[in-house]
Ligand binder design. Structure first.
Ligand code: ADP
Ligand code: MG
Length: 317
């Protein structure tokens, strides 16, 4: 059994009347890429700030590497790398100097520090920008600098709070690949995001959070097994007769059909060969159709079924 790196139990955090974290729990093992997925305002950043002892909290316990976390627990802190949601770099220092400064907080040996700084620069691909000042960098490059500052000292636990927001697609992919590389090299990762696609792509285990509460926790497959929907089938079709839709709806594993904008959307729960049976009905009734596709449930479906609302505005039905 892998070592527990982070354990948060029954964490309660209030901002005056607002309960930002409501008996929040997570348990993260060494080697995981742990995703904290939730909409804006669900409490992700608050949880990270409590974890790092940057915020006091009202109730609960937090342990990192088996030790109680405290503001002056520098030994634990030196093993953590943090990339905060709001980029925090020093404007008066160049790219190189920034990374050197943050690395120097933990690595005192000069030769080793130089090596680590150079490795971090290479890791985020900022070799051509080492003499630039942060103000001259694009959003994506600035984010990469922020990451380099957080990881240069080779921490065992790396926390990234929404690192891909306001980042171009190229930097975004580089960041996601970089996280997986850091994990391969042995770091445990905590990754917060409101983008379910990213979390699905890189996380080994995911806690879904809403209004400061964990609503579900597991691997993406475990989370998807918690809900009714197993498959959504979409068929492009012009004007299906109600009788045909009715026959599809009466299939054993179909629980919902929806016809809009020339698309018949069929939601299924369990069962095999749903698509074959549906196409059989269309063929028998001699109904012409265009493109057909079947989609597995997403984490948004999980969020939608458990909370009754979409993870992001405009998503879900
Ligand atoms: P997330 O990171 O998931 O977007 P946050 O942890 O930033 O969520 O916020 C959780 C809730 O706490 C939100 O309702 C937010 O408005 C509130 N909040 C966050 N920081 C403060 C603060 N310093 N004072 C008062 N309320 C806050
Ligand atoms: Mg946040």
């Amino acid at each position: 059994m892998a070592e527990t790196v982070v354990k948060i139990e029954n964490l309660v955090k209030r901002y005056k009347d607002l309960i930002a974290l409501d008996h929040f729990n997570i348990d993260i093992k060494e080697g995981e890429v742990f995703g904290l997925l939730g909409p804006n305002g669900s409490g992700k950043t608050t949880a990270i700030n409590c974890l790092l002892s940057l915020l006091t909290f009202d109730k609960g316990t937090i342990e990192i590497f088996g030790q109680k976390m405290a503001p002056d627990n520098y030994k634990v802190k030196s093993n953590i790398g943090v990339i905060m949601q709001n980029v925090a770099v020093l404007d008066e220092l160049t790219v190189y100097e920034n990374i050197d400064y943050f690395c120097g907080l933990y690595i005192k040996d000069k030769a080793l520090r130089k090596k680590y700084v150079e490795e971090a620069i290479e890791f985020v691909g900022l070799e051509s920008f080492v003499k630039f000042y942060p103000k001259k960098l694009s959003g994506g490059l600035l984010r990469r600098l922020n990451i380099a500052c957080g990881i240069a000292h080779k921490p065992r636990l790396i926390i990234l709070d929404e690192p891909t927001v306001a980042v171009d697609p190229q930097s975004r992919n580089r960041i996601l690949e970089g996280i997986q590389e850091l994990n391969k090299d042995g770091a445990t990762i905590i990754y917060t995001s409101h983008y379910m696609e990213e979390v699905e792509q890189i996380c080994t285990r995911i806690a879904i959070i809403d209004k400061g509460k964990n609503i579900a926790i597991g691997t993406k497959d475990e989370l998807k097994k918690m809900i009714r929907k197993t498959e959504t089938i979409t068929i492009e079709i012009l004007n299906p007769e109600e009788a045909v839709i009715e026959r599809i709806r009466s299939l054993e594993h179909v629980y919902e059909t929806d016809f809009t904008d020339g698309k018949l959307i069929i939601r299924c729960s369990g069962g095999k060969h749903n698509l074959v049976r549906i196409l059989g009905i269309l063929a028998e009734a001699d109904v012409p159709f265009g493109r057909v596709y079947s989609e597995q449930p997403t984490l948004n479906d999980v969020f939608l079924e458990i909370t009754g609302k979409a993870l992001r505005d405009g998503e879900g039905q």
